[in-house]
Design a protein around this ligand. Structure first.
Ligand code: C5P
Length: 218
C-alpha cells in the first residue's frame, strides 16, 4: 500500500460512549484532518446483516465495503442500540475485521489531499490500524457517565429505550470489546489517557489541544 508522506496521524481508542467521537470530530476540524469513526463501519455491516440476512456472505460484504460511499455512514439508522450491539457481535469475526481493517488503514495513510492528515477513532486504532500514529489517545469515562450520555443521545433521536437498558447494553459491549480474541480494546503504553468523566466537551478539547500543540511544535 502506498502511503502519503509527512501527514499527521492521530489514533484514538475508547470504550463505547466515552465522548471520543465528539472530540475526534472537533480535533479534526481544528487541525484539518480527515476524520473516520471506525465504529460506523462495523455498525454499517451490522445494518446490512439485518437488512439482507440471506445475502450476508463474504462476496456481498466485500462488494459493499469496496463500493461504500462514506456519506452513508452518517445515516441516523446506524446509531440505534440494536445496531451497536450487533456491531460488537460481528466485529469479533476475523474475516470481517480483515476486510474492514484494510479499508481503514488505507484511509488513515491516504486521506484525501485537501487534509493535512487523518484522525481515526475506534477500538484497535492505536495498535492495529495506525500503530505509528504521531499521537495516540485512550479516551474513557466511568460506565454510568457513558451510559447517561448515550441515553441522552438516543432520547434526542426519539429512540424508545430506558437508562437501565442503555447501561446494561454498554456493560455488555464493554465486556465483549475488552475480552474478545481478535483486536480487543486495550490501552497501549504509548497512548495518553484522557478521562472525560468530569470534563465538559470544551475542557476535553482544550486538554487535547494543549498536548497536540506541544507535540506538533516539538
Ligand atoms: O464506536 P461504536 O460504539 O460505534 O462501535 C460499535 C462497535 O463496533 C463496538 O462496540 C465494537 O465492538 C466495534 N468496533 C470495533 N473496532 C473498531 C470500532 C468499533 O470492533 N475500531
Amino acid at each position: 500500500m502506498k502511503k502519503r508522506k509527512n501527514i499527521l496521524k492521530i489514533a484514538i481508542d475508547s470504550p463505547a460512549a466515552a465522548g471520543a467521537g465528539t472530540l475526534a470530530k472537533t480535533i479534526s476540524t481544528h487541525y484539518n484532518l480527515f476524520y473516520l469513526d471506525t465504529g460506523k463501519i462495523y455498525r454499517y455491516i451490522a445494518y446490512l446483516k439485518f437488512k439482507y440476512p440471506k445475502k450476508f456472505k463474504k462476496k456481498f460484504l466485500e462488494f459493499k465495503i469496496r463500493t461504500l460511499n462514506l456519506k452513508k455512514l452518517s445515516n441516523n439508522k446506524l446509531l440505534s442500540d440494536e445496531i451497536g450491539t450487533e456491531a460488537s457481535i460481528i466485529s469479533k469475526i476475523k474475516a470481517i475485521r480483515k476486510l474492514v481493517c484494510a479499508m481503514q488503514t488505507n484511509l488513515a495513510y491516504n486521506p484525501p489531499n485537501k487534509y493535512r492528515g487523518s484522525c481515526l477513532d475506534g477500538r484497535d486504532i492505536t495498535y492495529k490500524i495506525v500503530p505509528d500514529a504521531d499521537i495516540k489517545f485512550y479516551i474513557t469515562a466511568n460506565v454510568k457517565t457513558r451510559a447517561l450520555r448515550r441515553f441522552k443521545e438516543l432520547k434526542n433521536l426519539k429512540k424508545n429505550i430506558s437508562f437501565k437498558e442503555v447501561l446494561k447494553s454498554i456493560k455488555k459491549r464493554d465486556k465483549s470489546d475488552l475480552s474478545r480474541k481478535y483486536s480487543p480494546l486495550i490501552k497501549t503504553k504509548d497512548s495518553i489517557l484522557i478521562n472525560t468523566t468530569n470534563l465538559t466537551k470544551r475542557s476535553c478539547f482544550l486538554k487535547i489541544k494543549k498536548i497536540m500543540d506541544k507535540k506538533i511544535i516539538a
